[in-house]
Write a protein that binds this ligand. Structure first.
Ligand SMILES: N[C@@H](CCC(=O)N[C@@H](CS)C(=O)NCC(=O)O)C(=O)O
Length: 224
């Protein structure tokens, strides 16, 4: 049976949500973060090929990377509407957002976290210099790219309230981590009503709620 190795406070909740929405049978193994480093503990590192969460095992298979896990699970449910068919009208938007989530939004979020770490952990004497350099990188790259992505998300959600087609797909699930993170950071307030409404829409879904219950903790956004 498929086992989801789920690290607390991590983007692994998206896989949990996918499994709950599909109503498929699976086993859930919860792991706590290392109290000092906040990274995955040694037993998690041992089970995951990259040491990162999410990771699934299924018989001899051992698979990391959220996108790869989504495709593996969806391949086992070929008729699920969560992945619009190749010839459907929703397919292009589906492909765009499922890849933009991991390929464009998550890297910007990761850069923000790393910049923040560099600022807080750099020695006091050079901190003002580090802050000034990182501030420039933020203004030149991170903020404008995030704005373009959020503007497009806002425009695309206007049509149906979903990222691809007129119902929930795996693209919405993949986008949940970056958009909820932006929401938690106050980046949506005032400017992105469609994104804010979408956050409320996904939170109301029974599968999202049961995933959060199984997660057992509020998903802390922006952790490495
Ligand atoms: N691109 C990877 C990123 C995985 C990742 O960085 N996961 C974080 C949790 S949000 C993690 O495992 N952190 C703990 C660690 O690196 O030890 C994916 O989508 O699966």
């Amino acid at each position: 049976m498929l086992t989801l190795h789920h690290l607390e406070y991590s983007q692994s909740y998206r896989v949990l949500w996918l499994l709950e929405e599909l109503g498929t049978e699976y086993e859930l193994k919860l792991y706590e973060r290392d109290k000092t480093t906040r990274l995955a503990p040694a037993d998690y590192k041992a089970v995951s090929p990259l040491g990162t969460s999410p990771t699934i095992t299924d018989g001899d298979l051992n698979l990391a990377e959220t996108g790869a896990i989504f495709d593996y699970v969806l391949d086992k449910h070929p008729d699920s509407p969560l992945r619009p068919k190749a010839d459907s009208a929703a397919r292009t938007d589906y492909l765009f957002w499922i890849h933009a989530a991991q390929g464009s939004m998550m890297p910007m979020m990761l850069m923000s976290i790393v910049f923040q770490m560099l600022e807080t952990k750099s020695p006091g004497i050079i901190r003002p210099l580090i802050k000034a350099v990182l501030g420039k990188a933020r203004s030149a790259m991170v903020k404008p790219r995030m704005k373009l992505l959020l503007d497009k998300a806002e425009a695309d959600l206007a049509a149906t309230g979903w990222f691809a087609g007129d119902s929930l797909t795996a693209a919405d699930m993949m986008m949940s981590y970056p958009i909820e993170s932006a929401h938690t950071k106050g980046m949506l307030e005032g400017n992105y009503p469609n994104c804010e409404a979408w956050v409320e829409r996904i939170k109301a879904l029974p599968s999202y709620q049961s995933a959060k219950e199984k997660d057992g903790r509020p998903s802390a956004i922006f952790q490495l």
